[in-house]
Design a protein around this ligand. Structure first.
Ligand code: NAD
Length: 484
């Protein structure tokens, strides 16, 4: 399963995806909803969360009694169907959420199908000594209640399912209401894979209409033993307050430092490639740049060679007013939130909002801004990049750590100075730290290591995989079973 992609292979995948897009962009039927796609009724989708939990519990009973080989057969079928149906899920995701890019979403599905670990991730350990033998095995946790985001809806469902099925768990989803058809398509895909591979017809489950109430039923159900939440700060807080074992994969605001030892032309391309991937929806994507003053002009001019539009300060301020909305609550307090009309939209669409008309070749809006600016401080999840000039590495690290807001999620750096790289990595303490590459190298796209769409910083599992969804159990045999 391990795939080590070379740059040439990645570029081949991207080119083939682009060709597919240009020639036969998947047309998703307007006739889809949370329960069916093109007339095919989804399996494992329930009106009532209690029924969905009960179905997931039956799936769990089936999967925990399977051999590893049987689980692996189902996982292989999930991978096959994910590759095959990636264009449909990608097109569905963009059509339903109005966010992101079909070509990049296709690539994300292929990535998880190839690189989300299966049963090989669950390894027992043995200790022997004077007193005999101790075996530690990773057991299933039980039925997991999973919450999925709107930004990577089917990707998160599929990635979670591969890991959770490999671990021998059951899973019921409360997906994002704004991405329910796409998420439930993925739930159905997993159930079809299970049936094809000789598993139960309903292995995993979801609901027709997820709400905060259905989430609450999940939080409180005695059948649910673990919660796994992929989303923003509000929902992570909610699952961590549930009293259950919880995995929280929360928000980020990844800063990038570029110092004067970096390959500036490559840094510019890498940053823009990462920042614009799926229109900046990935939580790991570059959100703001701290550039040494003596290379900042060169960096910006190189970015302009890669599909960027340089905003004036006045344009940047006007766009900031639009992409972040201010609302006065019932308590009279003014709160800000990113505009759902702007998250994940094409740069061209965002620029039109301030009267700037550009072609499809423009994939990112960049602006030189002060540290306090919205483009630096807010996790926008849009192809907009604020660039702050800094005088030296001390200032760069200080401001980048502040901009990351203590999420300890992801940070990036372009430099050939080992001391600078080490200092920033130690100071920012993020789950993912990418050096001299686009952000997506951090989840295995052109970088070593497995893929996931659930990066659990707050609860410490890091890049989740099958073993994150297991319980460690020890079996001790005293004075026996040693063969020496
Ligand atoms: P969101 O927080 O709006 O929604 C995530 C999920 O939580 C949805 O299913 C939503 O219905 C549910 N939800 C929200 N509040 C809830 C509550 N109080 N109780 C129960 N459920 C609740 O997130 P989104 O906009 O879809 O996704 C973007 C956010 O998620 C960003 O902040 C991004 O950084 C983060 N994210 C993190 C990761 C990661 O791996 N760390 C991955 C993807 C997205």
């Amino acid at each position: 399963m391990a795939i080590n992609w070379t740059d040439a292979q990645i570029s081949q995948i991207v080119q083939s995806v682009m060709a597919q897009m240009n020639s036969s962009a998947p047309k998703v039927s307007a006739n889809w909803d949370a329960t069916q796609y093109n007339g095919r009724k989804f399996i494992g989708i329930y009106e009532d969360m209690h029924d969905a939990i009960a179905a997931a519990n039956e799936g769990y009973k089936a999967v925990r009694s399977m051999t590893l080989a049987e689980r692996e057969k189902i996982i292989a079928e999930i991978r096959r169907l994910t590759h095959e149906e990636a264009p449909i899920m990608a097109a569905l995701g963009v059509a339903e959420t109005k966010m992101g890019r079909v070509d990049h979403k296709i690539a994300k599905h292929h990535l998880l199908a190839d690189k989300a670990p299966g049963t090989e991730d669950i390894t027992p350990t043995v200790k022997t000594g004077d007193y005999g033998l101790t075996l530690t095995e990773m057991a299933p946790f039980g039925v997991i209640g999973a919450i999925a985001p709107s930004t990577n809806p089917s990707e998160t469902v599929l990635c979670n399912c591969i890991g959770m099925v490999a671990a021998g768990d059951g899973v019921v989803f409360n997906p994002h209401p704004g991405a329910i058809a796409t998420s439930n398509y993925a739930v159905d895909l997993v159930n079809r894979a299970s049936a094809n591979a000789g598993g139960p017809k309903i292995l995993v489950a979801s609901v027709v209409k997820p709400t905060l109430d259905t989430a609450d039923i999940m939080f409180k159900s005695p059948i649910i033993r673990m919660l796994c939440c992929t989303g923003g700060p509000g929902v992570v807080k909610a699952v961590l307050s549930s009293g259950k074992k919880a995995i929280g994969a929360g928000a980020g605001n990844p800063p990038v430092i570029v110092d004067d030892t970096a390959d500036i032309a490559k840094a510019a391309k890498d940053i823009i490639d990462g920042c614009t991937f799926d229109n900046n929806l990935p939580c790991i994507a570059e959100k703001e740049v701290f550039a040494f003053a003596n290379i900042a002009d060169e960096l910006i001019s190189n970015m302009l060679k890669h599909g960027c539009y340089l905003l004036t300060r006045e344009q940047a301020d006007r766009l900031a007013e639009i992409v972040v909305e201010k609302k006065v609550g019932k308590d009279g307090v003014t709160r800000t939130s990113v505009s759902r009309d702007c998250v994940g939209r094409d740069a061209k669409v965002l620029l039109e909002k301030i009267g700037v008309h550009v072609g499809d070749e423009i994939r990112c809006a960049i602006a030189e801004v002060p540290f306090e600016h919205t483009f630096v401080q807010t996790e926008l999840m849009m192809p907009i990049l604020g660039i702050v000039r800094v005088q030296n590495i001390d200032e760069a690290i200080d401001l980048a750590v502040k901009a990351e807001h203590g999420n300890r999620h992801t940070a990036h750096m372009h430099s050939k100075n080992i001391d600078h790289l080490t200092r920033f990595a130690r100071a920012v303490e993020t789950t993912i730290f990418v050096k001299n590459a686009p952000s997506y190298a951090g989840i295995g796209f052109g970088g070593e290591g497995h893929a996931t769409f659930t990066i659990a910083g707050p609860t410490g599992e890091g890049l989740t995989s099958a073993k994150s969804f297991t319980r460690s159990r020890r079996c001790v045999m005293v004075d026996n079973f040693r063969i020496v």
